[in-house]
Design a protein around this ligand. Structure first.
Ligand SMILES: Cc1ncc(COP(=O)(O)O)c(C=O)c1O
Length: 402
């Protein structure tokens, strides 16, 4: 990855924590700092899943009763895990906002402590230990890319690192579908935004925390937003190249590098915090498919061929002759207007990438008159050009070093 993207990339592997995310750090710190009577009564929290798992697990280790409220969009795997740690799980509301209000109501009703999973000062302090470890492990780090949901992790890491090494750049990264920190930075205060469905479910927080925002703002250099298609590609890249399973929320930093959004970090030491690995297996399969399609390793086209015996086998021979394999094939006869002895064939193929797709296109276009390839749109073309530029810069940089 470092060679490919022209920067020295390090990963902070928080997805390897016992419950699969960094959230354990803040959760344990907060539970340990509770006054004795609150420890006995227990705590309540709301979260999309990772914080719930962290606080449920450490509550069970420390014998502190935990209730978590999770919205119905929380992944099933995360809900089940909290139950398996012995927490009382309440599934309520369509989003984090609704779950959070319910948790606050229940806290009042039951007289237990409400813990905000990204905004409680002890949560933020606990997350800051990621920053302390980064400085210990990569002392000459130049920049750190931190995923942002409610902003607690960014605030904690930024304060810890800037205190020790003021020149390290701290970038917050969020998904384009929920850019609540960017909006807060622009307006100079947290504001509610509409959230759209995202692969980075852990980052889908409509309003960033007040403590998190005002702590992070003076020590954050930049907020970057990444598009969803880059998340799928980043997850795929991490699986293929590193053998890491990282969820969408955890992969935004790598996605930002791949999308060419941080060209100023070329030749620098960059740490990506891979914050979590809790992705449903079925979702992972779908994400990998999307990543392969976005990388041109799956290609879809339709072509009109002869419906006489041998027509289809001839098409297959052309495709096989350049080492492309067919994943799916479907013949369409009824909704056709041309020659009755022709058939439209829809084909999905596996290729080695963009050059291989070009070869396929050439062979189809030199043998058939009617064909249509699902095209790259303008956005994808720009992103591919940016990635190619970074790769070219990296080759130049390593050549000049040699
Ligand atoms: C995997 C993962 N990464 C990053 C974040 C963002 O953390 P924060 O809400 O503190 O910004 C979350 C939040 O739940 C998460 O689950």
């Amino acid at each position: 990855m470092s060679t490919l993207y022209g920067m020295e990339i390090y990963y902070k592997n928080e997805f390897l924590q016992f419950t699969g995310s960094f959230k354990e750090r803040g959760a344990r710190n907060t539970l340990l700092l509770l006054p004795p009577e609150s420890k006995q009564a227990g705590v309540i929290s709301a979260s999309l899943g990772n914080h719930s798992q962290g606080i449920s697990y450490h509550g069970s280790l420390l014998n502190i009763p935990v209730t978590v409220v999770m919205p119905s969009v929380a992944p099933i795997m995360k809900i089940q895990k909290c139950r398996s740690f012995g927490a009382n799980v309440v599934v309520h509301g369509l989003n984090m906002k609704e779950a959070k209000y319910r948790a606050m109501e229940l806290a009042k009703e039951k007289g237990i402590t409400y813990v905000n999973g990204y905004d409680h000062p002890h949560i933020i302090a606990g997350q800051g230990t990621v920053g302390l470890e980064i400085v210990e492990q990569v002392p000459d780090v130049d920049a750190v890319l931190v995923p942002v949901g409610g902003g607690g992790l960014l605030a904690g890491i930024a304060v810890a690192i800037k205190h020790l090494k003021p020149n390290v750049l701290i970038y917050g990264v969020e998904t384009f579908k929920c850019a609540s920190m960017l909006e807060a930075m622009n307006r100079n205060e947290p504001v509610g935004i509409d959230i759209r469905s995202t692969l980075a479910d852990g980052l889908a927080v409509a309003t960033v925390g007040y403590n998190a925002f005002f702590t992070a703002k003076p020590v954050t250099d930049k907020i970057i937003t990444v598009k969803e298609e880059w998340l799928a590609r980043a997850i795929l890249r991490l699986v293929e190249q590193q053998k890491f399973v990282v969820e969408g929320a955890g992969a935004v930093g790598v996605a930002a590098i791949m999308a060419g959004l941080v060209p100023e970090l070329a030749n620098k030491k960059v740490v990506c915090v891979l914050t979590g690995g809790n992705i449903d297996t079925t979702l992972l399969g779908r994400v990998l498919d999307r990543g392969l399609a976005a990388e041109n390793r799956y290609v879809k086209f339709k072509v009109t061929i002869s419906d006489r015996p041998g027509g289809l086998s001839e098409l297959c021979r052309h495709i096989a002759s350049i080492g492309v394999s067919i994943k799916d094939i479907l013949q369409e006869r009824a909704w056709m207007f041309g020659d009755i002895f022709s058939v439209e064939v829809k084909v999905v193929c596996e290729t080695r990438g963009a050059d291989h797709v070009e070869q396929l296109r050439e062979i189809i276009c030199s043998n058939y008159k009617e064909y249509f390839f699902t095209e790259f749109n303008e956005e994808k073309k720009k992103a591919a050009a940016a990635a190619a530029l970074i790769a070219a810069n990296s080759t130049e940089a390593s050549a000049s070093k040699r």
